[in-house]
Design a protein around this ligand. Structure first.
Ligand code: HEC
Length: 140
């Protein structure tokens, strides 16, 4: 392949990754301390604690107010106000509420759904934080 083509392709990839700020390189805090970024980081910490509990054979709890997903402000206003984001957020809130209220008898399945919820939204909205989402996956 011609060098120019290779360089152009790399340039396009860099542009694509850059479209969600620097998250690919720096998954923590790429967009400053906005309400949504603080919420996301807290969600990550809460899920990580849950994962550690499960791996010790213990139960886990969620205490964050996941409904804030629908109101928290961030730099990507157009994304946060899109119907797609709202749909993913609603489904995430439903899973979190079910876990909080202990409405299911399979906590591990619920935990997996929670992590898949991070993945589904991030696959569409911005891929950078998927590096962190992968750290939440349980080892089988
Ligand atoms: C409903 C969609 C949605 C769900 C569910 C979701 N995220 Fe996010 N997340 C976003 C969007 C959109 C942003 C970018 C927000 C912005 O900065 O404007 C983001 C940003 C982040 C960031 C970067 C925060 C920063 O410091 O700027 C991390 C890390 C993150 N999410 C991790 C997670 C994890 C872990 C989960 C699951 C526990 C999760 N997300 C669930 C949509 C989602």
């Amino acid at each position: 392949m011609n060098k120019l083509v290779v360089i152009s392709v790399l340039f396009i990839i860099v542009l694509y990754l850059g479209s969600c700020k620097d998250e690919a390189k720096k998954p923590i805090n790429p967009n400053g301390d906005t309400e949504i970024s603080l919420l996301m980081r807290a969600m990550y910490e809460e899920a990580l604690t849950a994962r550690r509990n499960i791996e010790k054979g213990e139960d886990f709890e969620l205490s964050l107010d996941y409904k804030k997903l629908l109101t928290a402000k961030g730099v990507m206003t157009d994304k946060l106000e899109s119907p797609l984001y709202k749909a993913y957020a609603e489904s995430y809130i439903a899973i979190a509420e079910r876990i909080k209220n202990d409405l299911s008898d399979n906590r591990i399945e619920d935990y997996k759904l929670l992590v898949e919820g991070c993945r589904k939204c991030h696959d569409v909205m911005c891929q950078g934080p998927l590096v962190l989402v992968n750290k939440l996956v349980l080892k089988e």
